[in-house]
Every structure is written in C-alpha cells, then in structure tokens.
Design a binder for this molecule. Sequence first.
Ligand code: AHR
Length: 496
Amino acid sequence: MERTFLELHSKYSIAEVSPWIFGGFLEHLGRSIYEGVFDPQSVHADNDGMRTDVIAALAELEMTIVRYPGGNFTSGYHWLDGIGPRDQRPTVRELAWQSLEPNTFGTDEFISLCRKLNWQPMLAVNLGTGTPEEARNWLEYCNSPVGSRFADLRRDNGSTDPHHVPVWCLGNEMDGPWQLGHVPAEQYAIRAQQAAKMMRDTDRSIATVACGSSSPAMPTYLEWDRTVLEHIGSLADYVSLHRYVGNESDDTADFLALSASIDAQIESVDACARYVQAKQRSRKRAYLCFDEWNVWYRARGGPHADGQGKFAPALLEEIYNLEDALVVGLFLNSFIRHADVVKIANLAQLVNVIGPILTRGDELLKQSIFYAFRMISTRKHGVALRPHVDGPSYTSTSHGDVTFLDASAILDGNQLHVFAINRNLETHMPLKVRLADGALTRALSSEILTGTPKAANSFDDPNAVRAVPFDGWSVDGTASADLPPVSLTATTFELG
Ligand code: AHR
C-alpha cells in the first residue's frame, strides 16, 4: 500500500486533553454492581464487599471519573433507599430493567469504590419519577458540611467529611420514550432548570450536565438540545451526548469508518451549544459531556434487557471482538481530536454490562475493548495536536470517504503520544509520523492490538486479543513503521 503520512506541528494544537474524557459508567443494571464490583460472597471480596480482582483490573484502565447510578435506572431511583444500615434498606422492583434491587450498594458504597480507584464521582439525579427537591437533598447529603438535615444523615452513616461530588447529571436520556418520566423537551427543560437552580443554591462549586439527545437517530435530535439549552441557559455547564454503535450489517470496513459519524455528532451538538450561546449573548459556553458511549448491538433489546423480576440477572452481556476494540479506539481518537469541546466522556459500562471486564463466579476476563481503552488512557496527559493525515482512503457504505488511517496525537512536554488505527482489512500500512518542528528520537513504549476482526477473548481462551509490545518503529527524526491490517497502535515517542 502507498505510504501514509501523519503530519503534526506543536503549534497546531487543539487544547489540553481533559483527563475526564477517560471516564466510566456504573449502573444498577444486570450484574454490573452485584457480581460485578460488589460481591460480599466472593473469595475476592474486601472488607467492604468490593471485588479486589475487579478493582485491580479497573485500576489498569486509569479511569478518572465515573457516572452512577444510571442510566435508565436513575429515572426511577430514590437515593434515600440506598443509604443507612444495609439490613434496613428496602428491596424494590426496578422498572427500567425489570429487576429486583436490594439497595445494598448505594451512595456511600459508590463513594468508597471511587476512593479505592482514585475516581471522581459523577452522579445522575432522578428527573423521571423524582423531584428537583429530592435531587437537591441528595446533593446536600453528598456535598454539604455537617450541620443540616441531610448532611447530618451522611455523618450518621459514617462520613463526617463531605463526599465532594463535582459533577451532577440532570437526569438521563429524558428525550427517549423508554425513559421513566419521559416528557417533551420543554417540560424536561423546566424540571432540569428547577433542579439545577436549587442544586446550585446548595453548592455553587458543582458542574451540571443537561440531558442532550440520547442518539443522533432520535427524531428530536438537536431540536431537543437547542430547546433544553435555551431554557436552562447558564445553569448548564455541559450538555450530554450518548452513542452506541454496532456492526449489524457485518460490514467491517463500514463499521471502522464510524469515526466520520462520531466526529459529525460532536461537531453538530457543539454547533447547537454555540448557537444558543451566541443567541443569548452569553459569555458561558456549554461544553460536551459524552457520558455514554460504546459498541452495543448484539445483547440488545428483548431478553437481554428484561430482568424478569430477578436479582442481578445477566443483561446486556456483550462479547467484544477485535473490530469492536478498534471502534473504541475510534471514539477515543475523536474525543482527543475534539479536545477543545469534549471535556467529559464515560465508557458505558465497566463490568459485565457492555463492559471491558466480565466475571464468571470468582473468575475474571478482560475483553478486547479493555486493551484499547487502556492503551490510550495510560497516555492521556498533554495537549492534543491537529493531525493531518495524508494517505490512501476508501469509500465506506454509509460514512463516505475515510483515510485508512485514523489517528490522534498528544504532546506532553518532551513526549509525543500517537494513536494509529489501520482500518485496512487486507494490507499493512507503511506509516511515517513527522513532527514538523521537532525530532522524534526513539519510541519509549509502543503496544499493538491486532489479529482477525472477529477474534474475541473467552474464559477458555482469555488471550486471543490483547495488547502486546510493538517493536516495528524505526525512528530517526521521524518515525516509520508498517502497521498490520486491522490494528490499533499506541506509542510514546521521545522528542530530541
Ligand atoms: O448503558 C445502558 C443504557 O443505555 C443506559 O441505561 C441508558 O441511558 C442507555 O439507553
């Protein structure tokens, strides 16, 4: 194949990469919490009932911020059910996923998990069946100093110091008819504005996330976002985006061209936010919070989403292959390329439920997407550079022309991180990386994820897809390598 050039210049920077784009999402759904992160019966359980093997694997992902407790779950959740002595917490019928919820994991357990993993907590309030005041009370429970009703309740439950939750989502996917308490945009906007006002009056330090469209496929896409942002105005610091993608037509080349559509979604929602800002002559700009994203299409709908009244049913247990991992890389590359607008992003989800990690009894399996996330997340610090890709392209079935190379780059002092996805299904890609105003002196570390598109890990074959060291770089001012077909390479170069 003809050579591809990735051209960079340190002055052509986009913005500092927000570490919060390497976030995660933990929902009361299926075996995500129970049998996932929290399993007091497991041989791996610590004194708090958390699974130490799961925690060790999650730690490798170096996530920075994690959203909780949902998701669709949040729109029927009453946070008071999940605090206090565990044996006094109610077991309730959970409607979003038709499951039985014992509430033995709640706010304080989540905060304790965050502290173990060095995550910032991010809570989503119930604006489906809950009230703005209930949301405000939860914030007081979490963030206020002792001396008032709900903060004192927190102290009584063992935490004198506030939990300091910095980011609060004003509901979840309220544009979707599947959502408990779904209403038209105007009505959601009123609820969200009321909640945000009371929440800000409780703690002025928090950032709020208004529900944007749950997918670009929604009939109200962008119109919903505009309506909500216009009504909430400066009370919203972020607007949310969600995106789940799949290879339903088994067209891998098209699946790997999705980056064009992810870029377009980010740019469209940003355009909407800027439109509202300009129209309102506001100095405040709502940034983008991509708080649910992943590949999800096989374990979707029907029995995959119906817990049939059971406790911890196996729901949304997607098995990920190599092509899915590359798509996870495409998402992260797109977030880095839009570092000036995407400030928070949360991989949905963490364990068992569309997760990078699966558990089976006391066993644990790392899925293909685990490696894609880890390879990029562990090289997250620095300033995103504008990548200029000069090389062969192909015409995809639904996303137009894309170059075979999808890339992003982060400059961190005298180090340059480069993330390169070769979406050619057949041939190696001769790639040259050039920093126009600097010399690359050596590859400090490089890892690759490659193989056949449908290769996937299983408990019987746990290492079918995993990141391995890549020593194919020849570095002499510029860096050259032949990247295998269907591959993701993450490299840190030293600059001279
Ligand atoms: O992540 C699974 C579900 O997808 C979430 O609960 C919901 O917000 C979205 O539709």
